[in-house]
Design a binder for this molecule. Structure first.
Ligand code: ADP
Ligand code: MG
Length: 908
């Protein structure tokens, strides 16, 4: 079989034959054989990391150029040793850069592997969910609304099928698909019997046979990698670019000053000044910063992934830290989404309680505490029939029961429908032949716009339309009611009674559904929603869906973190308000004040000004359609809020894209929603979002701390040079020594800082404003403190050792400068808290970097060959220890500064 064959020009049967497949799928053996022949269904891109290329990449740097110039100057001046050292530094830098980037790349790869695409495939006649990469030509796949299409395929069967091919053809309107053969010369965009990898099902469902996989697909041909991690210019990129510019500006400014002072004010030899200038420039340019930022983001993203929030777009990790409003849906995110029907209210006015919890088919129907049977109650039977048949969910085998609890079955499908199915099964478990045989003819699935679902069935030779949906919607479509005495007119009084019951249950946080039916004939269909009308009302079911554990705490964490939580749900107003109260979005004792507690969509049909006022004051929006969700989001953004928004359906995609951080539900969500989002929650849990926000704040903090570290140490370092030049002393370090200091401190220590965990009440602060600078004024005290200590110690030891010769004095300065920088790392682990409070040895990467850094210093001073090359002189161990201890002064001074500023904060 060939993947290039024009499958659109032949019939379904011919396509199947050509692909050597049949309607019930390939066998496992055949699939395995084809996998070997065709390889995985993947787009071949530069997926893996090529270590050699990555290493060579390190030499493209601007900095390397500067170093090469330095080597040239040294060579010209005849300092051959310096030339070798500089070349060594270039190598070392490349190795270090390589490891930093390799680590960042690895972390990105680890994230990518969590974003697996799945496909529903028929193999050996059974429907299975496989990873999309395992598909082979000839596989029979099934697709439904919201699915991403995993390979190019020829349509075998479609129902109301529409796909969106914007990612492939640019056409943004949905395209209707059918199975008839087309002319061979049809354009790609008009091949309406083919489905393309990387496009989406917007509506309906389909069965199709895979015609091409991987690189042979249309998408593969334009080799556009989809579902990969995107790096767009986000808010965070802007911040880090500004940071890089500021740091480069400071570095160039200060080293120019060194040159000017050295050359014009004091006349050191030109080559010497130039070498020292180049060396200070090299060491004060934060060459490692981009890699460190990537590592901070990657670490943040991986920590989030461990807590069930998977990042699709890297910089959104940091963006989450700035989120000031979370727009969340209710069912499944705030609630457990294990729905159970607890009560039934029939058209004849009788109420039935249903026992049992979760999805376990273990419970009974009761009336006023007494177990009842449905055998002699036609209304209840009808309700059970609708529950069972107007339904697309499945109950599987019970999962292994845990400790005495009744076993819950494996379920597939919409939780609302599962709840109805479980209700019917509970009744059927007691009375086998209770309900008649039913044949499904057609089905209109639930959508959040139309707010009901309908199924056309045949019951004992008679066609019927069964309908389930939001009660007020179903009531509007009904004109009669089923009672024990038969059909009656649905009077105003009866409607009111039903409405009251609905409100009563909704107030108890129940999700209420209306059930109805109508007799039909061959002319009826459910192809369109408006063919559902003139219904016979049967009853309502009240479904309980308790809040998830941990959500209440998460909501209160949001409050203290200055984040507003807004619920946006398709459910009933009272149900929404009741759940909002249970989880704390509304205060338990909140009453209606100037603004209502909750609003439903039709109450939002007001002019823009009023709308905005309402959105600013109300936190529960109900019966909301995806469009209104978008409108709410846009208003909040225009007010300067950074918003995170959850979503799961096809229609949520525009709002998810619009939000600053779109969050898709991993379990419930459609592929479309996931593709439109930056974050995917693998547990659908609201509390996970809040944990992710915390990680986002840590990311920002770590970037800030690392850049403070680089800036404070570099600034202090250059000031040592400027002052010694002004004093007219010899240079306190040679160019090669400067380069080595830079390597053994900055290069090593910043990696440790990148891994720091959050400290203290990171969730007690307000959100980080969206356009705050990473470098701000709070760095100034640290710059002064670091400069004063380093300068004081360096000048003192230089002066003290100078009588013993320049080489000894430089060795002492080298140790002072290195050690004060190393100890400063401990300060920068938290800008607020005492390093003893957060545990001085609690960051094992900082500890490792500390040891590595000290070893590198000792090696270069005490190995005869290297100390010769760098022109160091051995210091007595006692002197060394004294310098070590004195260098810890940076820590003590910083501790005092932190203590004073904490005191000041406490007093305001
Ligand atoms: P949410 O997910 O925010 O609770 P939905 O838009 O899913 O809101 O549901 C809105 C309303 O539509 C529900 O209150 C319920 O009455 C009805 N409904 C929800 N799911 C289904 C379904 N699968 N079948 C029939 N009706 C449903
Ligand atoms: Mg829903």
């Amino acid at each position: 079989m060939e993947q290039k064959f024009p499958y659109h020009s032949v019939t379904v049967e011919e396509a199947l034959e050509k692909l050597q497949s049949q309607p019930d799928g390939l066998t496992d053996e055949e699939a395995k054989r084809r996998q070997q022949e065709y390889g995985p269904n993947e787009l071949t891109g530069k997926e893996g990391i090529n270590p050699i290329l990555l290493f060579l990449n390190q030499f493209k740097d601007f900095l390397i150029l500067v170093l090469v110039i330095a080597a040239g100057v040294a060579w010209y001046a005849g300092h051959m040793v310096d030339v070798y050292v500089i070349l060594g530094v270039i190598m070392f830098n490349a190795v270090l850069g390589f490891f930093q980037e390799y680590r960042a790349e690895k972390a990105i790869q680890a994230l990518k592997s969590m974003l697996k695409q799945e496909a529903k495939v028929l193999r050996n006649g059974q429907l299975r969910t496989l990873e999309a990469r395992e598909l082979v030509p000839g596989d029979i796949i099934q697709l439904e609304e919201g699915d991403s299409i995993p390979a190019d395929a020829r349509l075998i069967r479609g129902k109301n099928l529409q796909t969106i091919e914007a990612s492939l053809t640019g056409e943004s309107l949905p395209i209707e698909k059918h199975t008839e053969p087309l002319d061979e010369k049809t354009n790609l965009g008009d091949k309406t019997n083919m489905l393309w990898k990387g496009t989406h099902v917007a509506r309906g469902s389909a069965t199709a046979v895979v015609a091409a996989i991987g690189g042979a697909t249309e998408l593969g041909k334009i080799s556009q990698s989809l579902g990969s991690i995107k790096a767009t210019t986000t808010n965070f990129r802007k911040k880090t670019e500004r940071l890089a510019k500021q740091m480069a500006f400071i570095a160039i400014g200060t080293s120019t000053l060194v040159f000017l002072l050295g050359y014009f004010y004091r006349d050191y030899a030109f080559e010497e000044v130039l070498l020292v200038t180049v060396a200070t420039l090299v060491s004060s340019i934060p060459e490692g910063l981009p890699a460190v930022i990537t590592i901070v983001l990657a670490i943040g993203a991986n920590r989030m992934a461990k807590q069930n929030a998977i990042t699709r777009e890297f910089t959104s990790t940091e963006m989450l830290g700035s989120v000031s409003v979370i727009l969340t849906d209710k069912t499944g995110t705030l609630t457990k989404s294990v729905l159970t029907v607890g009560s039934v209210y029939l058209g004849d006015g009788s109420e039935v309680e249903v026992s049992g919890t979760g999805y376990a088919v273990d419970g009974e129907l009761r009336h006023e505490g007494q177990s009842i049977t449905a055998a002699d109650n036609p209304v209840l039977q009808k309700l059970l029939l609708i529950s069972k048949e107007c339904n697309n969910a499945h109950l599987g085998k019970p999962k292994a029961g845990e400790g005495g609890k009744s076993a819950e079955p494996e379920v597939t499908g919409d939780p609302t429908e599962v709840a109805l199915l479980v209700l019917a099964k509970k009744a059927l478990a007691k009375e086998k032949g209770l309900l008649p045989e039913v044949k499904q003819i057609d089905d209109l699935p639930f959508s959040s716009e139309q707010k009901f679902r309908a199924t056309l069935v045949e019951v004992e030779g008679q066609r019927e339309l069964l309908v389930v949906g939001a009660p007020e919607k179903i009531l509007k479509l009904s004109n009669r009611i089923l009672t024990k005495q038969g059909l009656q007119e649905l009077t105003e009084e009866l409607r009111l009674r039903i409405q009251n019951k609905n409100d009563e249950w909704a107030d108890k946080a129940m999700r209420v559904l209306g059930l109805a039916y109508v007799e039909a004939d061959a002319s009826n269909s459910v192809a369109k929603a408006d063919e559902v009308k003139n219904l016979v009302w049967v009853g309502i079911t009240g479904i309980v869906d308790p809040p998830r554990t941990g959500v209440q705490e998460a909501v209160s964490d949001c409050k203290s973190a200055g984040i507003r939580v807004i619920m946006v749900t398709g459910d009933h107003k009272k149900t929404g308000a009741a759940i909002a109260r249970e989880v704390g979005i509304l205060d338990a004792d909140a009453g209606e004040g100037k603004y209502p507690l909750a609003l439903q969509e039709d109450e939002l049909e007001v002019d823009d000004r009023q709308f905005e006022e309402l959105v600013d004051h109300v936190s529960v929006f109900t019966r909301v359609s995806p469009n209104t969700k978008l409108r709410i989001a846009e208003h909040l953004q225009s007010k300067g809020h950074l918003i995170a928004m959850t979503g799961d359906g096809v229609n949520d995609a525009p709002a998810l894209k619009r939000a600053d951080v779109g969050i898709a539900m991993g379990i419930r969500g459609t592929d479309v929603a996931k593709d439109a989002s930056q974050i995917v929650l693998s547990d659908d849990n609201f509390a996970t979002i809040v944990r992710a926000v915390r990680e986002g704040r840590i990311v920002f903090q770590n970037v800030r701390q690392t850049s403070f570290f680089l800036l404070t140490t570099n600034f202090a370092f250059v000031s040592v040079f400027i002052i010694t030049i002004i004093l007219g002393w010899p240079f306190p370090l040679t160019a090669t020594q400067i380069l080595w200091v830079n390597l053994v401190t900055d290069g090593v220590m910043e990696l440790g800082l990148a891994t720091e965990r959050g400290h203290g009440d990171i969730m007690k602060h307000k959100p980080i404003p969206r356009d705050v600078n990473i470098l701000d004024r709070s760095v100034v005290p640290y710059i002064l403190l670091m400069s004063v200590v380093m300068l004081g110690l360096a000048l003192a030891s230089f002066a003290y050792y100078l009588p013993q010769g320049e080489e000894t004095a430089r060795t002492a300065v080298f140790i002072v400068i290195s050690m004060t920088q190393v100890f400063n790392t401990f300060n920068m682990r938290s800008l607020e808290y005492s390093v003893f409070g957060i545990g001085i040895f609690s960051n094992k990467y900082v500890n490792m970097a500390f040891i590595a850094s000290v070893l590198l210093q000792l090696i270069v001073v005490y190995t005869p060959f290297l100390s010769g090359v760098f022109r160091f002189e051995k210091l007595p161990i006692v002197d060394l220890l004294i310098i070590f201890v004195l260098s810890t002064l940076v820590i003590w001074v910083a501790e005092i500064y932190k203590w004073v500023s904490r005191k000041k904060l406490d007093n305001v």
